[in-house]
Design a binder for this molecule. Structure first.
Ligand SMILES: Nc1ncnc2c1ncn2[C@@H]1O[C@H](COP(=O)(O)OP(=O)(O)O)[C@@H](O)[C@H]1O
Ligand SMILES: [Mg+2]
Length: 417
């Protein structure tokens, strides 16, 4: 799929922006703090109703915006249809820094008092109101920013978050099960603590064991399926990039490491029963700790080159390569499951790669429907890419088309108001 038109109103440092975007490789180039990442953030909001940079989307409302809301609208061309998606985020009472407001309003007038905004976030698809849940999977994105290195180097919770965000975009059932599972984990933990304190009898546990096991099974299965699929795609790119690094060519192995250690290739009933039996074995320990010690909330994903665990022993270069490879594997999986190719958003990733890996990486993504890439002024694009890319300059919330592939049709030049 690709975004054909993007319109922003009072989103971050954009007052009004309305640009047409081409398919293929789209590069946003500019100095620091000009609004490059903000553009990618706006697109991620269209896809998931979430920002990939903050948990509090209302931060995105432009400081001093008179309407106290930010609006992002995109026309997305998918394989079989075109969607018009609009997300409005309301600023319900956060104060931007006073200096920022003064600057945004040119010091002329202070921001008027906040009106009573009756919503925090409003989503419309083709003009029809939708819930955030209904948006998932309609427009899919894969985002890669330098912080995603933590996928490899960080704690298991980073990898679980990755698995959950990927799988929620694709499988509504996974997302529902995950939400319920998290509630069960919370309630069961509270119960275990009360049992530990002698305030409750352990007789209440089997009911919660059953709930936990029933919800854990589809989560583990979906994760296992994704990881098996991802290994193939990630392995290919890893091989190419690793060769550039002069690394020994041990193939990349992705290992699902569920906290439940029994065999997964059995029927659902059998797996649920085995999981419950394991909970019984762990009974004393769980009560002593007052915590859930078994289940998908303790899963992990490991990356091996040969028998070397790259989270612990990988070089920075290897770890970066794995993270990139994993993101492209995510893209391939989403495409395989939904029949539509996700948008690929790459925030400032080239500066971390040397020239050769930069060229190889861009080569690997060159055939995708649409890749939106930010680079700083100092970063050069490989020559092979320059002839193919549409390059926009981003400066102070203004976006201007600078260069387009000579021979091809170029979209309407951008309009800034
Ligand atoms: N809510 C907001 N209102 C106005 N400006 C904002 C808001 N949030 C961030 N900014 C501004 O956006 C700019 C950063 O944009 P960003 O896209 O991250 O830059 P870069 O081009 O380096 O990727 C900064 O100048 C910052 O002050
Ligand atoms: Mg940035």
């Amino acid at each position: 799929m690709h975004i054909e038109r993007l319109r922003l109103t009072d989103f971050r440092n954009y007052h009004e922006l309305d640009i047409a975007l081409p398919r293929g490789l789209v590069v946003f180039r500019g100095r620091n703090a000009q609004g490059k990442s903000n553009l990618l953030e706006a697109i991620s909001l269209i896809a998931t109703s979430r920002s990939f940079r903050t948990n509090s989307e209302r931060e995105a409302v432009r400081w001093g915006a008179a309407g106290h809301f930010a609006r992002v609208e995109a026309e997305v061309v998918r394989r079989k249809d075109t969607l018009d998606v609009e997300v409005i985020v309301a600023d319900t009472g956060v104060e931007a820094p006073a200096s920022a407001i003064a600057q945004a309003t040119s010091g002329a007038i202070a921001s008027p008092p906040l009106p009573a905004v009756p919503f925090r976030k409003r989503i419309r698809v083709n003009g029809m109101p939708r819930r955030a849940m209904d948006l998932l999977g309609k427009v899919t994105v894969v985002v890669f920013a330098p912080t995603h290195l933590e996928l490899v180097t960080g704690s298991p919770s980073e990898r679980r978050r990755f698995l959950d965000l990927t799988l929620c975009q694709v499988h509504a059932g996974y997302c529902r099960a995950l939400g319920q599972y998290q509630k069960v984990v919370t309630q069961r933990a509270a119960l275990l603590r009360r049992i530990k304190e002698g305030e409750e009898s352990p007789h209440a546990l089997p009911f919660w064991d059953e709930q936990l096991a029933t919800l854990a099974v589809p989560l583990m299965r979906t994760r296992a399926r994704f990881i098996a699929h991802a290994e193939g795609t990630a392995g290919q790119l890893y091989e190419v990039l690793a060769r550039d690094e002069g690394l020994p060519e041990s193939p990349l192995h992705l290992a699902y490491e569920p906290s439940y250690k029994g065999p997964l290739d059995v029927a659902d009933d059998e797996l649920t029963a085995a999981f419950r039996a394991r909970l019984v074995e762990l009974r004393r320990r769980e009560i002593a700790q007052g915590a859930n010690v078994l289940g998908p909330h303790r899963d992990d994903l490991a990356f091996y080159a040969g028998d070397i665990n790259l989270t612990t022993y990988g070089s920075r270069g290897q770890q970066r390569t794995v993270a990139l490879a994993l993101k492209l594997a995510e893209l391939a999986y989403i495409e395989a499951e939904t029949g539509d190719q996700p948008l690929l958003l790459l925030d400032d990733v080239l500066s971390e790669l040397d020239a050769r890996r930069r060229a190889d990486f861009l080569d690997a993504v060159s055939d995708l429907d649409q890749v939106l890439l930010t680079i700083t002024d100092a970063t050069s694009l490989p020559e092979t890419v320059q002839t193919r890319a549409y390059v926009y300059s981003v400066e102070g919330g203004q976006v201007t088309l600078e260069a387009s592939p000579a021979s091809e049709y170029s979209p309407d030049s951008s309009m800034n108001m």
